[in-house]
Design a protein around this ligand. Structure first.
Ligand SMILES: *Cc1c(COP(=O)(O)O)cnc(C)c1O
Length: 356
């Protein structure tokens, strides 16, 4: 077969779907759209021209996003989930050049670099607090060109890097780099890097409707950047790849956005309950988080993961990642899910102690 060697060598994306009733493994919102928003979306779908191609790029959605974030609509790029935008960025600025990120970070950056044949450079986060390695990133940028991906809030560690640190990295990349700030979890931390994107013409903020907007199934991501850069990034997306049906759902959410703030407050409250509950258990160390998930370290991640699954609770393993030995990740879900998770974890740990 003629599959390229770099594709053969690439590991599959690591996700095992679990049919657990308590699903805390993908950082989704725990509740579906409020009834009124769902109705508004259905109404738009009813009125859509299903037999026609969608707009080349969804102008009405770009304008609605621009209005919400006080941005130039020409600088808004919409795609089928932000993962597709990350890929477009590797296509337009990584192939034949470099993809730079931190470790650990979001798996898609490295996978797309390997798949598309860009040099992948990963600089480890620093210390127990997973600080941004500003000097290491600047050194890696020197003598190379390409696209740097910096998730902030950081994923999967959940911490937030200071604006001045991001700004220092952006300063270094002015001539030869694009810098993508992945703000998938920004709403939960209350952070927003529009000011950095406005200040640096090579910066782009990548965002998603999958997390705080609770629309992971609809597949809607977007980026905010300059009109110039937006036009280049759109070349990395397939024409007509964003359907009018997706646009309808995102527009309905943007017209009735009050629920998002409520959901964010609810996620923060559950996150704090998770951290407190985890900290009270012997041998469990929760790491600080400003997102809608919590990383926690246990002695035997494999045993705890399987014990939770047996009790019908799905979390995500992260213990294969650099610096995350023994770590699992749990999503801040509904209050009953937090209760069920903490209770099950306590039972698993008790069995482990008794059994061991
Ligand atoms: C969830 C997530 C995304 C978003 O993915 P979508 O394709 O928009 O669902 C992007 N970056 C990070 C760091 C994420 O955690």
């Amino acid at each position: 077969m003629s599959i390229r060697a770099s594709v053969r060598a690439l590991a599959r994306y690591q996700f095992t779907p679990r049919a657990s009733s308590v699903k805390l493994d993908q950082n989704e919102g725990p509740f579906d759209l409020p009834e009124g928003v769902r109705e508004a979306a259905l109404e738009r779908l009813r009125d859509a021209a299903w037999h026609r191609y969608p707009e080349l790029h969804p102008r009405s959605l770009e304008e609605a996003i621009a209005a919400r974030y006080d941005w130039d609509p020409d600088g808004v790029v919409v795609s089928n989930g932000s993962n597709v935008l990350l890929q477009a960025l590797v296509i337009v600025a990584g192939i034949g050049q470099s993809v730079l990120t931190v470790a650990p970070s979001f798996a898609v950056y490295g996978m797309q670099a390997r798949l598309l044949g860009a040099e992948l450079v990963e600089v480890p986060l620093e210390g127990a607090g997973f600080a941004l390695p500003v000097d290491g990133l600047r050194a890696a940028m020197a003598g190379r060109r390409g696209i740097a991906f910096l998730p902030n809030p950081a994923a999967p560690t959940g911490n937030v890097h200071a604006r001045r640190e991001l700004s220092a990295v952006l300063e270094s990349g002015r001539d030869d780099w694009l810098v993508a700030l992945d703000e998938a979890y920004g709403e939960f931390a209350g952070t927003d890097h529009r000011d950095l994107v406005a200040a640096f013409p090579h910066a782009i903020s990548v965002r998603t409707f999958s997390k705080a907007f609770g629309l992971a199934g609809a597949r809607v991501g977007y980026a905010l950047t300059s009109a110039d850069l937006a036009a280049e990034v759109r070349k990395g997306l397939l024409p007509f790849s964003f359907s009018s049906l997706q646009a309808a759902v995102a527009l309905a959410a943007l017209q009735n956005p009050a629920y998002v703030e409520e959901r964010v407050l609810q996620a923060r409250a559950e996150r704090e309950r998770l951290v407190a509950g985890l900290a009270s258990l012997p041998g469990v160390e929760p790491l600080p988080s400003q997102t809608n998930f919590v990383l926690f370290r246990v002695q035997d991640a494999d045993a705890v993961y399987r014990g939770l699954l047996e009790r019908d609770i799905a979390v995500r393993r992260q213990d294969h990642l650099a610096g995350l030995d023994g770590c699992l990740r749990v999503t801040a879900g509904a209050p009953v899910e937090t209760d069920a998770f903490l209770e099950a974890l306590q039972a698993v740990l008790r069995t482990e102690v008794v059994g061991g």
